[in-house]
Design a protein around this ligand. Structure first.
Ligand SMILES: Nc1ncnc2c1ncn2[C@@H]1O[C@H](COP(=O)(O)OP(=O)(O)OP(=O)(O)O)[C@@H](O)[C@H]1O
Ligand SMILES: [Mg+2]
Length: 211
């Protein structure tokens, strides 16, 4: 069983978008997926409610209000963390998964906040002790804008945390969110760029480097 949490203390960085797209990807590959929503907003569970029964099944848990034990049969447990998780609460969250994906937006406020958050995450017991692995990704990238290049430099410069990929800003993510789908469930022709951008993240998650 793989346990993967998407986390960043900064609100709106794309945690739920990445978590739901990962869940959809693995389910589409035939895996048994549990989507665990730790956020009271329940964005991931709302996404699941919008999902057609005809699509590959993903089970959901409202983990902010119920304790749960992932069934042994689950291949992937994808966890969506809430915003503003710091200190002892962060330590609690870091115990729940073996792999952490941190999305960061191209904005000065988000980059500053991410610098602090990534440092805090690296200093928590399981990450510092290397039992848990962290990877960062850029989200809502807009080509060669100056602010994206700054984000790219910032994430490249982290060194102690792998910078896995940059996901572009795309209406595909909005359409997917509306319909309870992931970009991998759309026609390949409409999502060729997105699929390429996801590959390094998917490959890292499949490799020993991430767990
Ligand atoms: N790559 C993208 N392209 C276009 N829109 C995006 C992309 N990533 C996220 N969004 C949009 O940005 C908004 C915030 O994304 P999301 O809800 O995934 O962030 P979050 O980190 O889960 O937020 P919160 O901290 O409130 O839980 C949403 O409206 C989402 O559809
Ligand atoms: Mg969210």
């Amino acid at each position: 069983m793989r346990t993967i949490m998407v986390i960043n203390a900064k609100g709106g960085s794309g945690k739920s978008t990445i978590a739901t797209n990962l869940a959809s990807y693995y389910a589409s590959e035939g895996a048994k997926v549990l989507l665990v929503d730790y956020d009271k907003q329940e964005s991931s569970l709302d996404w699941l409610r919008a999902r057609s029964r005809a699509r590959p099944v993903i089970n959901g848990v409202a983990a902010h209000s119920e304790t749960f034990r992932a069934p042994r049969s689950a291949d992937f447990v994808i966890m969506d963390a809430p915003a503003a998780v710091h200190g002892s609460q962060l330590t609690q969250f870091v115990r729940k998964a073996e792999t952490f994906v941190v999305p960061v937006l191209p904005s000065p406020i988000d980059m500053r906040a991410a610098a602090g958050f990534i440092k805090e995450l690296k200093d928590t017991g399981p990450v510092a002790g290397k039992q848990a692995k962290v990877g960062v990704i850029a989200n809502r990238a807009r080509g060669y804008t100056n602010i994206f290049l700054s984000l790219d430099d910032f994430l490249t410069g982290l060194r102690t945390v792998p910078y896995l990929t940059a996901l572009r800003e795309s209406s595909n993510y909005i359409k997917a969110a509306e319909r309870g789908l992931g970009v991998f469930e759309f026609a390949p022709s409409a999502t060729a760029v997105d699929r390429e951008e996801w590959k390094p993240l998917i490959n890292w998650l499949a490799s020993k480097k991430s767990h």
